[in-house]
Design a protein around this ligand. Structure first.
Ligand SMILES: Cc1ncc(COP(=O)(O)O)c(C=O)c1O
Length: 457
């Protein structure tokens, strides 16, 4: 963890030093993870050092080992990669027990819905399990275009293009549309896929403080004329914090500075707006005020994949030029069919959206009333409970599991150490009783853990 040792699992002072010393001493005994020595390039093959061709020296290996060792020393069970034996909605089954679940993006409780599962099965019977080629080559199926047309209707855009992964959608779209003479401005809390896309594009990349359109205004005033094209990327809802940007203000900046605006609706589709159509509906803004609307199929839509909706010219361009579309297999037919069936249910059953919105408000109010720190949360479907320590978050998650509640910790380096948290995703199927029980246990156990000596090795 080299430069980030000071943030190791939230440990302070002598405990942290003791732990690091132990790990370092073990490494000196020869387990092969000592920091690579400085190497001057040499033309001799025999002088190529081990760290350039052995897997144990790959970046990240050592950091992971330190984190695992720390967890082991503190007797903390790894809360990641828990195996779920059922559909994960408001409840889930892990091992042989049922839990109240807050760890899935199944916002409207649609995953596992019989109509969606049937559509996926029918698509398998008709087209098989794979598109077996990229769509331009011979992977195109009617279900692809049906899905894209429906997504375009919902976002009120001319057209839409679907990709096999949400993450890859951002990477390949931003990566292919922008280049070295351009500037990409993204929120400080932007999703990794947005940042990876910006890096791939070769454009200059700057972040602006979270949701701060006034700060973005200043950055644009100073920088706009130094670049050809400028892209602002924001998200419809921020998944770590459960808050939303003031979209009309960002649209204003887009117009003022003659730049492009992209909105990632991964967590806002199905969650925001009267009909769940996302942040544009929430703020009642004109659809074409946003140049590039991005979304994923893996959350509300209970499938797998991502999409871009926008003007026909943009979609055509991506169809022929985005490497992640042209050189990648078409979306699996059952995935496309499941997403389309989920979209139909979203439209037909708006009460799911109203219920989710109500539950989000209830959870948020009860958490605040119990004295819990919910950060920037605005009471939609994502509620962070900030503990300020990775180790405390992991312990709390494990204690809650013992009490029948499954919720994941978000720890450094996914967020800054002082922002470590538990993150609750709500589902339209949660009951008020489940929420009341959760808040009660959460407040009690957090209080208890804060009083115990967490940091003793
Ligand atoms: C804001 C945002 N964009 C993109 C993605 C990537 O989507 P997927 O998980 O469907 O690949 C995520 C995933 O969580 C996300 O939160």
């Amino acid at each position: 963890m080299t430069s980030s040792n000071n943030k190791l699992f939230g440990l302070t002072g002598s405990d942290k030093q003791k732990l690091i010393d132990r790990i370092r001493n073990r490494n000196r005994k020869g387990d092969g993870t000592e920091t690579p020595s400085k190497h001057k390039f040499s033309s001799k093959m025999e002088e190529i050092p081990e760290e350039y061709y052995k897997l144990e020296f790959l970046p990240g290996v050592k950091q992971l080992q330190i984190q695992m060792t720390a967890a082991e020393k503190f007797g903390i069970e790894n809360p990641f990669f828990r195996v779920h034996e059922s559909v994960a909605g408001n409840e889930t089954r892990i091992g042989d027990k049922n839990y109240i679940n807050y760890s899935s993006y199944n916002y409207l409780g649609l995953c596992g819905h019989p109509k969606i599962s049937k559509s996926a099965k029918d698509a398998i019977d008709r087209y098989g399990t794979s598109a077996s080629a990229s769509r331009p080559v011979s992977g195109e199926r009617p279900i692809h275009r049906d899905l894209e047309r429906r997504l375009a209707e919902i976002h009120k855009t001319e057209d839409c293009i679907a990709f096999v992964s949400g993450h890859a959608t951002n990477v390949t779209t931003i990566g292919c549309l922008f280049g070295k003479d351009d500037l990409i401005l993204h929120d400080a809390l932007a999703h990794n896929s947005i940042i990876q896309g910006a890096v791939l594009s070769g454009a200059k990349r700057l972040s602006f403080p979270h949701n701060d359109y006034a700060a973005l205004d200043k950055i644009l005033a100073e920088n706009r004329t130094k670049f050809k094209r400028v892209l602002i990327v924001i998200e419809g809802m921020y998944s770590m914090d459960g808050d939303i940007p003031n979209l009309p203000e960002f649209i204003e900046l887009k117009r003022k500075y003659k730049v492009f605006l992209m909105v990632d609706e991964a967590h806002s589709l199905g969650v925001l707006g009267e009909r769940g159509f996302g942040i544009k509906e929430h703020f009642a803004v004109n659809s074409d005020a946003v140049d590039i609307t991005m979304g994923t199929l893996s959350k509300t839509l209970s499938s797998c994949g991502g999409y871009i909706a926008g003007k026909r010219i943009l979609i055509e361009n991506l169809k022929f030029n985005a490497p992640g579309f042209v050189y990648s297999v078409g979306m699996a037919p059952p995935s496309a069919a499941a997403a389309l069936a989920a979209l139909e249910l979203l439209v037909k059953e708006p009460e799911r959206i109203r219920r989710l919105q109500k539950l989000g408000g209830t959870f948020h109010q009860m958490a605040t009333a119990a004295g819990l720190n919910t950060g920037y949360c605005q009471g939609f479907a994502i509620i962070p409970i900030i503990t300020g320590s990775s180790i405390l978050s992991v312990k709390l998650s494990n204690v809650l599991l013992e009490k029948g509640i499954n919720v994941q910790p978000i720890i450094y380096p996914a967020v800054e150490e002082r922002a470590a948290r538990l993150r609750f995703f709500l589902c339209a199927n949660h009951t008020e009783e489940q929420i009341a029980y959760t808040i009660e246990i959460l407040a009690k156990e957090l209080h208890k853990l804060k009083k115990t000596s967490l940091f003793t090795i």
